[in-house]
Design a protein around this ligand. Sequence first.
Ligand code: SF4
Ligand code: SF4
Length: 238
Amino acid sequence: MPLAGVKCGGSKVSIQDCLDCELDFDCPARPFRIVMLDQKVYGHGDYVSTTLLTGCPLQSILKREKPYYADLNSFWYMTRGTIYHLVAEGAKKSKYWKHGEEFAEIRWKSKIGNPLIRSTSDYLRLYKTMNNTFILYDFKTTMDMIKAVGSIKDYYLYQGNIYRLGLINNGYKVGNLRFMFMDMAGWKTVKYPVVPEQKVIDYVNWKYDCYLNRKGTPSGLCKNFCPVKEYCEFYKGD
Ligand code: SF4
Ligand code: SF4
């Protein structure tokens, strides 16, 4: 079962009722609610995504299997991310776009360690002055993440490095990695480290094993950010 509806004023409301609601003056307008709530649920294919591996794999499984209700606020970052991706798609249609030297929304598939991974990376730009290598940019929609520590930091570090290996395996000569953080305070780009290939593979294999064996990887984010914690045997409260 995918998303079943939203939590609203202490009640559980179905997706349809939330979309039809005419008491929505303090809520995101209908087009935003449609984008937030009309989610596609992909089955367990022969591949996994980078997002599944870098988050808690059990959360992804439970979100596919169990009916769950989420607060509309929890979709805000996803919605904002969608807007930024539309910007990249729009830039690709411009006469200024350098075809062959820059790529956005790059879909790729690659075996890294044990799993076949399928993902989309944000933006690649070729730098002729850097030995004709690409820099991979990963767009992030909040500056707060710059201050993030612990599991969130690992999450981003490995996310970018899995993207890097996947793109290299697909023929892109990727050198450095940069985050581009954006929020209402403006934007900031930050270089982040390249992790040795074997370390990335070990991480991928560990998380893939958790996925295959339905093991949760609790972090300080369970209480506030996991909408399926009520079904999780690993959740002990944060
Ligand atoms: S639109 Fe807002 S008030 Fe109406 S059901 Fe959805 S969350 Fe509740
Ligand atoms: S509660 Fe924590 S460990 Fe359990 S599924 Fe959610 S994120 Fe994973």
